[in-house]
Design a protein around this ligand. Structure first.
Ligand code: GTP
Ligand code: SPV
Ligand code: MN
Length: 588
């Protein structure tokens, strides 16, 4: 008798018609064999994997994706609930029957002559009560190796699924990489992701945004938990107490840098558990517990250096466990090393840009693609928290919502209570980045940093969020942060990165009731004397600018929030509507 997994794989095989089917076992040797295969596979712009200098960059490989396939494509991403309203104004919707027709056609014979890799994987520690078993197929060696780094792949998951059919399914094919035939589709009610036509990032590494956020957020809605676009980190104080927090910031707005921060304050130390996704469950003790469903980093390369993120530099140069992949970075051809804008030192003499063309600074383009990334195992991190592998997760004392806002939003704000905190998250805005295709630098609303990732109607999501808070006897406090406030000349007011520990320290002080706060219409902000500025010289008036809340400047913000919330009207929770109305009254 075959299992549900075997039956599902046979179906996919009949559809995609690969020359070969290979079941991944997750062994160490297998990863290196897949790399070898990729190194001999030719694509338009070179082999799938190119070995870099292993003396200076142990276990590092370069991958170049297709030049039209360099970021998530939100306009080609669909949430296919049977009822359009359930997808909500926040999602592109397609009727599931129609979507399956299109995808079946594109998938028919799409793996002819190629190998179909079957990847059994777990999101979360296999022993965690909060983990989910998943199976995906792909025809890309790049995706297969990446999934091994990013998730827990192995035969053990198949044993778990022997008598079960409740696994999360994923079908992925690069197709012909033509953007006109590219679809990233989700069927939340069937726990199915079907993605054709892209080989890059969140479009193709299905465990990440597709499963761990879009499908999982819907499962969480049905089952009473939350799947969030959040960092998980521990902050150890001078007494040796560790406080765990989570932080949601939109794509390319600083999660990885925050999670790996080198503290600028003596006596304080940061430990990392995850840099992108967190699954939050209410524990038997009435607190919120977080696990990281992932096992690796898929981080933005440009801007990463010994100056900004030494811990990440150590992680990607260590390569003790698993290969480290670099995608769409530049190549220093004299040294056979990766390079990107913002890396320490001057640009090397001889560079190929991310597409493999000779590059000089005079060319005026970027050598590395702005959304170029590294893929590395989290266990290579020198600052992994001792609880990172605890199946139960860690208890969360504070939730942070952040955005990239050059104006208006203070460095840090504490919410008055859970409902107000949910509103802070719901009205989050951020200036757009290169992580998604489209125009960069315009403010868009990105509630909880989940706009592109919530697998159902966001109004239902906010109601669910409010309920989760009301169900906890010891809920975390909710804060908002903004590292990106700028002066009249557009220069950042706050140095950011390791200096952000000063803000985290204030947050922990508030959690412990150690300091008072100043009340403003937007929420509670620090009194400047309570922010620990040891070792950082900053004029008092500049510091005050960081915390300024002048409601007469907030009118356009309140207007934008209102028009953003408008399409949700019928389902919008009363608590959110009331908060928005209050903001409008205050900003008048
Ligand atoms: P995703 O992986 O797309 O979800 O992104 P992320 O949220 O993990 O963003 P990441 O930490 O990779 O940062 C993206 C960009 O923001 C980089 O170019 C960083 O240099 C910049 N950045 C991160 N933290 C700070 C900060 O505190 N201040 C300033 N000014 N820039 C920052
Ligand atoms: C993001 O865009 O938030 C990412 C990168 O973390 S991707 O995996 O492409 O979604
Ligand atoms: Mn992300």
């Amino acid at each position: 008798m075959s299992t549900a997994v075997e039956r599902w794989i046979e179906e996919q095989e009949r559809l995609a018609k690969p020359a070969k089917v290979y079941w991944m076992d997750g062994s160490e040797g297998e990863a290196w064999r897949l790399l070898e295969i990729g190194m001999s596979e030719e694509r338009l712009n070179g082999p799938v994997f190119q070995k870099l200098d292993h003396q200076t960059w142990p276990t590092a490989y370069l991958h170049r994706s297709h030049q039209t396939d360099v970021a998530r494509v939100e306009h080609l991403t669909f949430i296919c609930h049977p009822n359009r309203e359930d997808a909500g104004p926040n999602n592109n919707w397609m009727d599931p029957v129609k979507a399956k027709k299109i995808l079946s056609k594109l998938s028919d014979g799409c793996m002819a002559g190629r190998t179909m890799y079957v990847i059994p994987y777990m999101m979360g520690h296999p022993d965690s009560p909060y983990a989910k078993a998943c199976v995906m197929v792909t025809d890309s060696t790049y995706v297969a190796v990446s999934m091994r780094i990013m998730t827990r792949v192995g035969t053990r998951i198949l044993d778990k699924l022997r008598n079960r059919d409740d696994f999360i399914k994923g079908f992925h094919s690069i197709g012909d990489l033509n953007p006109d035939r590219r679809y990233i589709t989700h069927f939340p009610h069937e726990s199915l992701v079907w993605s054709v036509g892209s080989g890059y990032g969140g479009n193709a590494l299905l465990g990440k945004k597709c499963v761990a956020l879009r499908i999982a957020s819907y499962l969480g809605y049905k089952q009473g938990w939350l799947a969030e676009h959040m960092v998980i980190m521990g902050i150890e104080d001078h007494r040796g107490n560790t406080t765990y927090i989570t932080a949601a910031l939109p794509s390319a707005c600083g999660k990885t840098n925050l999670a790996m921060m080198e503290s600028a304050l003596p006596g304080y130390r940061v430990w990392t558990l995850g840099d992108d996704i967190s699954w939050l469950n209410i524990g038997p003790d009435g607190r919120l517990w977080a696990i990281n469903p992932e096992a690796g980093y898929f981080g933005v390369a440009p801007g990463t250096s010994m100056q900004t993120n030494p811990n990440m530099m150590k992680t990607i140069r260590r390569g003790a466990f698993n290969p480290t992949l670099f995608t769409n970075v530049a190549l220093d051809t004299d040294r056979n090393e990766p390079w990107w804008e913002g890396l320490d030192g001057a640009p090397p003499e001889n560079l190929l840009d991310w597409q493999g063309n000779p590059w000089k600074p005079e060319v005026g383009t970027k050598a590395a693609h702005p959304n170029s990334r590294f893929t590395a195992s989290i266990v290579n991190s020198p600052m992994l928290d001792k609880e990172a592998e605890n199946p139960k997760g860690v208890p969360i004392s504070a939730i942070i919502f952040g955005g990239r806002r050059t104006r208006l939003i203070p460095l840090v704000v504490e919410s008055f209570n859970w409902s107000h905190g949910v509103f802070l998250g719901a009205r989050m805005g951020s200036e757009t980045t290169a992580a998604a295709a489209g125009k960069v630098g315009v403010v868009r609303r990105d509630p909880m940093a989940m706009l592109p990732f919530c697998g159902y109607n966001m109004a239902d999501y906010w109601r669910h969020y409010l309920n989760i808070g009301h169900r906890m006897s010891r809920p975390p406090k909710i804060f908002s942060v903004n590292w990106f406030r700028a002066d009249e000349n557009g220069k950042f007011l706050w140095p950011g990165f390791g200096e952000n520990i000063r803000v985290l320290k204030w947050i922990i002080d508030r959690v412990n009731g150690a300091v008072p706060a100043r009340e403003t219409a937007a929420g509670l902000v620090p009194r400047v004397e309570d922010l620990d500025m040891t070792g950082l010289d900053m004029p008092k008036d500049r510091l005050e600018k960081l915390f300024a809340v002048d409601m007469k400047d907030w009118k356009s913000e309140a207007d934008e929030v209102r028009s953003f919330l408008k399409p949700y009207r019928g389902r919008l929770p009363g608590e959110i509507r009331e908060q928005a109305e209050k903001l409008e009254r205050q900003a008048r």
